[in-house]
Design a binder for this molecule. Structure first.
Ligand code: GLU
Length: 472
């Protein structure tokens, strides 16, 4: 049974790319009856914030997928240090007492290619132990083989990978302040938590060689690796919080009224497609169809513009999910939005469902029900300028008053009976039925588009219709 982990660092809100990594891990585990582990990589105390942690949980919970086990790396540093100690004892790591340069505290920031410091690498174990015991600070480094050893692995997405160890620097395992580095903490946890598959962003592909060295050094068979293609903006730049702001935050979609599993459907299509190239898929269908082989290597584009932060494909998928979902569930999701917007929820449940069922064929998001849908729930709705024009058509107001009088005696009040009465009135007065239909729609909903006008009459019910026609 696979054991997978999603390992976000709490350094910002939940990014679309991280959410996709989580979803792919989750789908893989669910498909193979495995375990999903949420591991908060919170060892970088300088960059972690509680706020970010909260927003990551917010985003993850909103997706409504859940997880099975949960760990915080900061609570496991003893384990990380213990495993680092094993590497030291085996002679696979060494202490580097070179005084830290405060301006260059990570290997990546060193100028020029730095591989190792021969003096430190060759310190005798006795001297190394003596200096450590004397309290001299040191960085613990992996002693990367310098003998032409080649590391190889098969990535489930990017295929065969190899790299000569001679090109890899003696990377840090434990910082001079005693904090294990990402490489050390991550591998120690992956080993301890018996992770079988590491599914993560392509930006970690190169790190994998270092991780192989650690796994090998600790005598553990490495897990399988699957790296996911980068997400890019329409202009081809890498999607990032810093450059693209809220567009890349999962909560942007939540707040726009997306359905969690429609959004999951959208995330899946960023770099993956099923064999039959279907796009709209329920969660069950996604679990069924998901496979690592369907992940593409090419970068995946998230579309947005300055005016519209939402990817049109996501919007389309959401509208498909809105139309297909059980009506009771739609009602359950729309109700709190209505309450928040101060709109009364119809007491008659069957009537409420019918309204939702008609409206959802025209709406894209949950928010549409409480913005575009106001007139279906409340008498207090705005009249759009285009609708006002229809009401101002010559004779329109008087015709609507007359229509109200005639409808008052219509006991049936069905789409057919309303249509007959309206067309009868138009014929009698020698005006086009369209004039009355458009004016009526404008009066009844404040809008010029929406469900069929006769459906609108019946959906609103006789009392509301008469009131609204008479008050124009
Ligand atoms: N915390 C790392 C990140 O957010 C996790 C990388 C990994 O999955 O190993 O990129």
């Amino acid at each position: 049974m696979p054991r997978v982990r999603f390992a976000p660092s709490p350094t910002g809100y939940l990014h679309i790319g991280s959410a996709r990594t989580y979803v792919f891990n989750w789908l893989y585990a669910r498909k193979h009856k495995g375990t999903v582990i949420l591991r908060i990589d919170d060892t970088d105390v300088d960059r972690n914030t509680e706020e970010s942690l909260a927003s990551i949980y917010d985003g993850l919970r909103w997706l409504e997928l859940g997880w099975d086990e949960e760990y915080r790396q900061s609570e496991r540093t003893e384990l990380h240090r213990r495993m680092a100690q094993v590497l030291l004892e085996k002679g696979l790591a060494y202490r580097d007492f070179t005084p830290a340069d405060p301006t260059k505290d990570s290997d990546a920031e060193r100028s020029g290619p730095w591989l190792f410091n021969p003096e430190m690498r060759n310190l005798s174990p006795e001297e190394s132990a003596r200096r450590a015991a004397a309290g001299e600070p040191f960085v613990l480094r992996f002693r990367v083989p310098r003998n032409g050893h080649v590391l190889r692995f098969h990535d489930r997405v990017y295929g065969f990978q190899e790299r000569a160890t001679g090109e890899i620097e003696d990377f840090a395992l434990v910082r001079s302040n005693g904090q294990p580095t990402y490489h050390m903490a991550s591998c120690a946890d992956d080993i301890d938590l018996r992770i079988t598959h590491i599914i993560r962003g392509q930006d970690h592909l190169a790190n994998t060689f270092k991780h192989l060295l650690i796994f090998e050094g600790l005598g553990v068979q490495p897990p399988e690796f699957a790296h996911l293609p980068l997400l890019i903006a329409p202009d081809g730049s890498k999607l990032s919080k810093r450059r693209h702001g809220a567009v890349v935050s999962v909560t942007t979609y939540r707040d726009a009224g997306f359905l969690p599993h429609a959004f999951v459907n959208f995330l899946c299509l960023l770099g993956w497609s099923p064999k039959d190239n279907r796009e709209y898929m329920t969660l069950t269908e996604l679990i069924e169809a998901f496979n690592l082989e369907g992940i593409k290597r090419a970068n995946a584009v998230v579309n947005f513009t300055d005016k519209d932060p939402l990817d049109p494909k996501a919007v389309w998928l959401n509208s498909q999910h809105l139309r297909a979902m059980p009506i009771e569930e739609l009602a359950r999701r729309v109700r709190p939005l209505m309450e928040r917007a101060g709109l009364p929820v119809p007491g008659d449940e069957a009537h409420f469902y019918r309204l939702l069922d008609v409206l959802r064929t025209r709406y894209q998001t949950l928010n549409d029900f409480v913005t575009r849908g106001i007139a279906y729930f409340s008498d207090d709705y705005p009249i759009e300028p285009a609708a006002l024009e229809k009401l101002n058509a010559p004779g329109a107001r008087e015709l609507l008053h007359e229509l109200a009088d005639r409808l008052e005696t219509d006991a049936e009040f069905s789409e057919q009976s309303v249509e007959n009465i309206l067309r009868g009135l138009a014929a009698e007065r020698g005006v086009k039925a369209g004039l009355i239909i458009n004016a009526a729609r404008a009066a009844l909903t404040g809008q010029t588009v929406g469900p069929s006008a006769f459906t609108v009459f019946v959906m609103l019910g006789k009392d509301r219709v008469l009131r609204r026609l008479r008050r124009v």
